[in-house]
Structure formats: C-alpha cells, structure tokens
Design a protein around this ligand. Structure first.
Ligand code: 6CS
Length: 359
C-alpha cells in the first residue's frame, strides 16, 4: 500500500453518490456559492485559505491538496479549507470563483482550462508525450515549457501557476471493444470541454461530445454517450467501468492537471508567505508523484476484480500507428488556434521532450 493512501483515506465512489453529486452540482450556481463564501469571509480569518479541486476523496488532486494543506498548516498559522468536486460546482465554476478572488487556490486541468488558455490544449495533441512514466515525470520536473512558459500564460488570466503534474496515462473506455479508428466510427465519445480535444476525437474517427464531468456517468449509463477517456485510477474511482466496460490503451496521452493561486492574492502575500506557498506546492508535488507511481496497475487490478464484464485491449505498435497517423492534423489545428505563441510553446515542449528522452 502506498504511503499516501495510508495518510489520506481513499473511498470508491458509487453510482448513487456520483448521481447525487451531479444533481448537487447543478443546483449550486456560482452566484450562490459566492454568496455563501463571502458570508464566511466575514467571520473567517484572513489566513484561512480556500482551495478547490476537481476530484473525490483520496483521488490524485485530493492527495495533492491535502499534502499542500499539511505543509502550510505545519509551517505557519494559516489554515486551508479544501473543497472537493461538487461542493462548489463544476470545474469551470471553481475557476471562475478563483479568478473572482472567492477562492485563493484551485486545481483545474488543462482539459477545461484549454477553453480559457488555448495554449494549455497542447496536452491534447495525441502522441506528443511518451507512454514511459519515468520519462514523463522527468519531463514535468525539467521542462522549460512547463516551468517557465506556462506560468506567463496563466498570469495573463490573473492566475499564479504553482504546479503542473501528470495524473496518469489516458485510456479510452467504450461500450464495445475497439482497436482501430474504424471501430470508433459513430461512437459518441465524451471529451473534456476544450476545442482541441474535439479535434483529436474527430481525427480518431469518433463523434466528440464535450461535457463537464458531472454529466459523464449518467450519459454513459443512459447510452447518450458510447465512451470517454480518463486515467485508470479515475475509471475506477468514478465507477466508469460499470457503464463503459471496454478499456483500450492507445498510448495517445496523459491526463495532466495544474494547481494555481489567484494572482492578486498571491502578489499581496508577504515574501515569507510566498515562499511558504511555493514550498508547500513543491512538497505536495513530490508527494503526489510518489502516489501516482504504480497507481494505474493497482486501480486496474481493482477494476478487474470488481467486474467480469471488463475487457482490456493494449494496442500493438501497428494498431497504435493507425491512430498516430492522425496526430498531425491535430497539431495543425493547435497551431491554428494558438498562433505564434502556440508555435513557440510547441517547439520548446518538443525540445524539452527530446532532452529527457535522450538522457
Ligand atoms: O474527466 C474529467 O472531467 C475528470 N477527470 C479527472 C481524472 N479528473 C477531474 C476531471 O474533472
């Protein structure tokens, strides 16, 4: 058992709790959340910081958030209140609350931020990142594109980017086994809500269907959707295998996420507190990277133990090539959407990848 799991208890979410969370999410508007939190501000101390993320108890973003909280609280008098998925709305809601200064910290994935910061869609160019975990982790640690160029892009939206990190390799789940772009024809595949991911699934031969997370389980259950993509730990945690049981490892990308602060809040901190926040983000990152090692294998074992219906297809090189052949058109679409800035980022991204691949 991983150290992180013994510290932060993990719970598997049931269908019913997902449905309940989804309904609660719909009922809770950004305005009502704002009013609720503003009310709390009146009684809360200035050093009680609010931090929302997109996942459930024990999931990767939750592990990061609690490690961040632990570091802040052990090294200062400040406290952190963590809000999980659904408590304050969908991913776009918590981003809006952070930009408005209602929340101090947020974890939002480029899958959603791509609509706000087009360059963040770079993670959805298929086959850009390798599948080898060690290489990917070194890339995130050392990449100039990640650690120097992205902070400037987030700053344009009033956000202080603190960390970007991978959560796991993307796996496609569908209602029947697939092994080629032809098998994807007419399949309505849910994507996170950024335009480039729609281009990817279009290129893969499917019908992309962008939706917020709260709609996914129900969509698969009712047949409105035929499939989706996510890392294995989330396919287990969200119970997606129950309603979308055929898993395909295509090797086309990683689920990446980002943790950030409202920039006005961050700039208003004392130098000591800025250092504390940076150190807490680094400690949370180190802890989370250890947590994700082996997580996918462990989650896949749990899925296979829980369901006889599940099939797992690992595409061979030739089958992967059929999908990889469709990547250039997505890269072109990325460049069209992002212009010179996107081009510069992509060039640096590729140079950084080459540097870690040749190590
Ligand atoms: O597919 C999604 O929308 C969700 N997937 C993960 C792994 N985290 C949060 C995100 O909302």
């Amino acid at each position: 058992m991983k150290a992180s799991k013994s510290v932060f208890t993990r719970s598997v979410t049931t269908n019913r709790s997902i449905a309940t969370k989804s309904i609660a999410t719909k009922l809770m508007t950004t305005a009502s959340v704002g009013a609720l939190l503003m009310g709390m501000t009146a009684v809360a101390q200035a050093d009680n910081w609010r931090y929302a993320h997109e996942e459930y108890e024990g999931d990767v973003q939750d592990v990061f958030a609690y490690a961040f909280k632990e570091h802040i609280e052990e090294n200062s008098d400040h406290t952190i209140q963590v809000y999980r998925f659904g408590e304050l709305g969908e991913s776009d809601d918590i981003m809006e609350q952070t930009q408005n200064g209602i929340l101090q910290f947020v974890n939002q994935s480029p899958g959603f931020t791509g609509a706000l910061i087009p360059e963040a869609q770079i993670f959805f160019i298929p086959y850009l990142l390798p599948t080898d975990e060690e290489t990917v982790l070194t890339f995130f640690d050392e990449s100039k594109a990640i650690n120097e160029m992205f902070p400037a892009l987030y700053a344009e939206q009033g956000l202080e980017l603190l960390k970007m990190y991978p959560e796991g390799e993307m796996v496609i789940t569908t209602d029947e086994p697939i092994s080629s772009p032809e098998d994807m024809r007419n399949k309505k595949i849910r994507t996170m809500t950024n335009p480039l991911l729609s281009e990817t699934y279009d290129a893969f031969g499917a019908t992309p269907t962008p939706l917020p997370w709260g709609e996914v389980y129900g969509g698969l259950q009712t047949g409105i959707l035929d499939g989706q993509e996510n890392p294995i730990f989330w396919i287990e945690s969200g119970g997606l295998y129950e309603v979308s049981p055929h898993l395909t490892f295509t090797g086309h990308g990683w689920f990446t996420t980002a943790m950030m602060a409202n920039q006005d809040f961050y700039n208003g901190l004392s130098e000591d507190d800025q250092t504390l926040v940076q150190e807490a983000a680094q400690a949370a990152y180190d802890h989370t990277i250890e947590h994700i090692k082996g997580l996918a294998d462990e989650a896949l074992e749990s899925i296979q133990a829980a369901s006889d219906e599940v099939t797992v297809t690992r595409l061979n090189e030739e089958q992967i090539q059929a999908f990889r052949d469709r990547a250039p058109q997505v890269e072109e679409a990325f460049l069209k959407m992002t212009g010179d800035k996107g081009q510069e980022l992509l060039e640096q991204f590729k140079a950084d990848l080459e540097a870690v691949t040749n190590q």
